[in-house]
Design a protein. Sequence first.
Length: 239
Amino acid sequence: MTAPPAPVLVACAHGTRNPTGRRLIAELALAARALRPGLVTTAAFVDVQPPTVVDVVAGLAAEGRPAVVVPLLLSGGYHVHVDIAGAVAAHASAVAARPLGPDPRLAEVLHARLVEAGADPADPATAVVLAAAGSSDARSVADVDRTAALLQESWAGPVTTGYGSAAQPPVPDAVAAARERGARRVVIASYLLAPGHFHDKLTGAGADVVTAPLLPDERIAAVLLDRYDAVLGAEFPGR
């Protein structure tokens, strides 16, 4: 017997108007496909740009094609627990994976971006503010805190968190607090996948340096495939 085809990997991002951000998100899905020849992938979004995750999942279900929606999001907030969860709940053939973060490989990419920006991981006077988009969902805040703890394992100076919206403290306040605690240098680690609205705001937050976002990096494509595989083994045995 021929095994049934693997479910479609629906790479679901937030969405952005930034053309570089759009390109990098598209390239992430292509990188996953390159690592897994034959895997069918498609894109969906929860905000800003089409197609919506609701429409993509419904379209695949109408074609009789099972789907695994992998959130291209770094923590579990409203978009994961409401938007994406609602999109798959309406169709028995669709399931959602967990978001990309937290994951030790993302902390490795953050560390690499900091070093690329000229920050010294061995300097106890260099403080890092991990800057995330932000969410009012406590689960999202906990995920970002976990990422900060993972990064702290390889960083001599203090690593704290700051947010672009919804959660506390705002990034400028986190930068100011790091200086008040005696940091000689404060570096913002952009905990964002790609350029866009939130990353643009970081340059005015008062830090000495702001790192580039996480993409492009093949480790993130590997995390994406791991999220897909975890659901595949649990929800689609035999595929």
